[in-house]
Design a protein around this ligand. Structure first.
Ligand code: GLN
Ligand code: ZN
Length: 771
């Protein structure tokens, strides 16, 4: 039997790829724009990988013990795996060379589409804000080792004096995350192709071994999720089969299977019974397993440092957890719970955060140091790291009692809440009251909130932030923009108007900047997908609203028109989902605080004459826990916080909400329980498929299934829009139906916006006369 080198004492599952100053984003976008060549882009990537390895060594990982993960990606790790195994969908076959290979331009075409080739679908990566590209697998998919990029990157590191650990999405997760290809017969499951896929992984492992790799990391997060539509027994059988085959391979590196984002549960004994040398457990989201046969010969990689959040956390407790695992396996090492992909690079890049807040935080680089500290403690004993443990505990103690973390007035309010605060009362009475005050036509038309964020708007905001534009001048420019958007909507003939959201940089950050309890970063960028990065705010303390936020803008807008103007707020769940949230109290408690701030805002909007308020919750589905046992509690507090935010509204005030997706099924009851008067959802891409779910669910409030897919610059024709509306009207009582686009228009240009909205109105008129 081969003996393998020992697994490093401390490691991370992956590191941010985008670069401390978003170097990769800039280079990739320049390549797309044609201003840098593929060679120049590759040179940037090489430099970035080099500086990452050097940085990780400086932060305490080993140079030559496989502790540095080789986790770079130009766009997405699932797309990388797809290219590695040659699983290019038939519609992109022209991009492949004779050997199945695909060049850099082809790689990006898969991600972004070209001409009339739609790109791969993109969807959320477990319960994070990262989005991956969905492979399409069918009986026709021809697997082959079509890319040696992983081997080349390992060799590149080796040549520079680093023995790193190549990382790739594992075969089971790859197939579990795939969808059936267009060519696949109904009922086909990508997992049926496991036996054809595993040999390609085997070939890759042998190539890596030949290049000198001692350890490889196969990421299998799909094993922790219960939200994947495959019988669990099939997934477990796949784990057994894949890792028994790979384990039996001659001339391979040692195999480390990582399972971030939750507990492996029943997959752990299956994996432990195979010949893999190391298993990574997420001990932040997941729980410590019980004694499991097979683990005594396996290295346990304890993911105790949170890769998913920015807190410095309880290092002492993390150390104890690791130490406590000795009863499960004689060989325990330390790691992050997930890849650090979800975190910004470095707290020290933030000069505007208070020293106090900074001392409570750990971004990716600080997490690496924490891992290195715990690893040292494991090998040299606790005393060797006593100073570091004490410092982390002191920061945690200071955080507990810091002003703002607990705000007495906020607590008094949340403690006093009763059931009536969460209930708006009889729907029929609301409908009657709203009918009387709003006077809306049959099939009312509206938009989701934002209008195109033009270059002028962005420049004005940039100048305002640097001080070269005064607050007064900035306000005047935004007001002029609002007036323009109001006139445009009146000309088009929309029934419920919006102000267009020109003053908002981002639908969450805007509120974070205007609420107490939040901080915003300067360089805290995190990859959302491809080259797109977001900068989540930090929700660190009790949340309250020092003064009205949107009222002045909405009141100004309402003063310009006789038509009702919708006030526009972001809901509590979405504010939490798209921020880094405090980890020292249940999310539901934090959500209630945000909800009360929004409730006050709605009351102020009503006083200012606003009769319709939309509370956006596009992230409601996104935060749904991966484990079924956690879902009821989540739905309870998330729906509750929306109700708390909106239940103070008068009967005559019409509450709207907007959700950005069409997978209605799992959350339909939750959406009904939101008890919004009107709900707008995405529906155009699926050609109104979702109205079937709405019909069978008996949903009886106002519903606006989006008719225009705003994710594409394409202008839908009147005929097409009419057809979609008629489809909706065949399934749902037409008195419930609202007419609107799929989502906000901020990423669209004016040309297609005006034309599409005109067509939407023309279609509405046509359907109104026919019904
Ligand atoms: N009101 C927001 C907008 O129109 C909603 C955006 C969203 O759902 N993501 O931009
Ligand atoms: Zn949306």
């Amino acid at each position: 039997m081969t003996t393998f080198p020992t697994f490093p004492a401390g490691t991370i599952l992956g590191y941010p790829r985008i670069g401390p100053r978003r170097e990769l984003k800039k280079a990739v976008e320049a390549f797309w724009a044609g201003s840098v060549t593929a060679d120049e882009l590759e040179a940037t990537a090489v430099a970035l990988r080099r500086s990452t390895r050097e940085r990780l060594v400086r932060l305490g990982l080993g140079r030559d013990d496989s502790s540095i993960p080789e986790s770079f990606s130009y766009y997405d790790q699932v797309l990388d795996a797809l290219c590695t195994v040659g699983a290019v969908p038939a519609r992109f076959a022209n991009l492949q060379g004779g050997d199945g290979r695909i060049d850099l331009a082809g790689y990006f075409t898969l991600a972004r589409g070209a001409g009339d080739h739609p790109p791969l679908e993109m969807t959320k990566w477990f319960d994070s804000n990262y989005h991956y590209l969905v492979p399409e697998i069918g009986p026709e998919t021809a697997f082959s080792l079509a890319s040696d990029r992983l081997v080349r990157e390992f060799a590149e590191a080796k040549a520079a004096g680093f023995l790193t650990r190549p990382v790739i999405v594992g075969p089971v997760t790859f197939l579990l995350l795939s969808k059936p290809s267009d060519e696949a017969p109904t009922g086909f499951s990508p997992l049926e192709r496991l036996e054809d896929l595993v040999p390609v992984y085997a070939a890759l492992l042998q190539r890596l071994r030949a290049a000198g790799a001692e350890w490889v990391q196969l990421d299998e997060p799909a094993l922790v999720s219960e939200s994947i539509d495959i019988p669990r027994a099939d997934a477990l059988a796949a784990v057994h089969s894949a890792y028994t085959t790979l384990g039996a391979l001659a001339d391979r590196p040692a195999i480390f299977v990582a399972a971030p984002y939750g507990s492996l549960d029943d997959a752990l004994p299956v994996l432990a019974a195979t010949a893999v040398e190391a298993i990574g457990l997420d001990l932040v989201r997941g729980t410590v397993p019980t004694v499991t046969a097979g683990l005594e010969t396996t290295t346990l990689v304890a993911g105790v440092i949170d890769g998913h959040n920015i807190w410095r956390g309880d290092l002492e407790r993390a150390f104890e957890t690791v130490a406590g695992l000795a009863c499960l396996s004689p060989r325990v090492t330390v790691s992050t719970s997930t890849s650090l992909l979800h975190l910004p690079h470095d707290v020290n890049d933030e000069s505007a955060l208070s020293a106090e807040l900074t001392s409570w935080l750990a971004f990716a680089d600080q997490k690496v140091t924490q891992v290195a500290t715990l690893a040292r403690g494991l090998s040299e004993g606790r005393v060797a790291i006593a100073v570091e443990l004490a410092a982390a505990s002191a920061a945690l103690d200071a955080r507990r009692v810091a002003p703002g973390v607990h705000d007495g007035a906020v607590r008094v309010r949340t403690d006093a809440l009763t059931a009536t605060d969460f209930s708006r009362g009889d729907y029929a009475a609301r409908v009657a009251a709203q009918k009387a005050t709003l006077g809306l036509p049959f099939l009312p038309t509206t938009t989701i909130g934002s209008f195109p964020q033009t270059g002028d708007i962005r420049r004005a905001r940039a100048h305002f932030l640097t001080g070269s534009l005064s607050a007064g001048d900035y306000r005047d420019l935004m007001r002029a923009e609002i007036a323009r958007v109001v006139t445009l909507q009146e000309e088009i003939g929309l029934d419920v108007l919006v102000h267009g959201e020109p003053e908002r940089n981002d639908m969450v950050q805007y509120f974070a900047e205007n609420l107490d309890g939040f901080a915003v970063t300067e360089n805290g960028w995190v990859q959302s997908y491809g080259s797109r990065c977001v900068r989540p705010s930090i929700l660190w303390g009790d949340v309250s609203r020092p003064q009205p936020i949107t009222v002045e803008w909405s009141a100004y807008t309402q003063g310009l028109t006789l038509k009702p103007v919708k006030g526009m707020l972001t809901g509590p769940v979405t504010i939490l989902a798209w921020s880094f949230v405090r980890d020292d109290q249940p999310l539901g408690e934090t959500a209630r605080q945000v909800a009360l701030a929004l409730r006050d805002e709605i009351a102020d909007l009503e006083r200012a004459g606003i009769r319709i308020v939309q509370v956006d919750e596009p992230a409601l589905r996104e935060l749904l826990p991966l484990k079924k046992k956690d879902q009821a509690d989540y739905l309870d507090w998330s729906v509750g916080s929306f109700r708390l935010a909106t239940a103070g509204a008068a009967e005559a005030t019409q509450i709207h909400t907007h959700l950005c997706y069409s997978e209605f099924g799992v959350v339909i009851d939750a959406i009904r329980n939101l008890d919004a008067d009107v709900t707008s959802i995405e529906a155009a891409r699926s050609r109104m498929e979702v109205v079937g779910d709405i019909q069978t669910s008996g949903f009886d409030h106002g519903i606006g299934p989006g008719v225009w897919d705003i994710h594409s610059p394409r202008v839908p024709s009147v005929a097409e829009l009419t057809d979609l509306l008629e489809r909706a009207a065949r399934a749902i009582p037409s008195g419930q139906i609202w007419v609107n686009p799929d989502c906000g228009l901020k990423t669209r240009g004016y040309a297609e916006t005006v034309e599409s909205l005109q067509n939407m109105l023309a279609a509405t008129h046509a359907v109104r006369t026919r019904l």
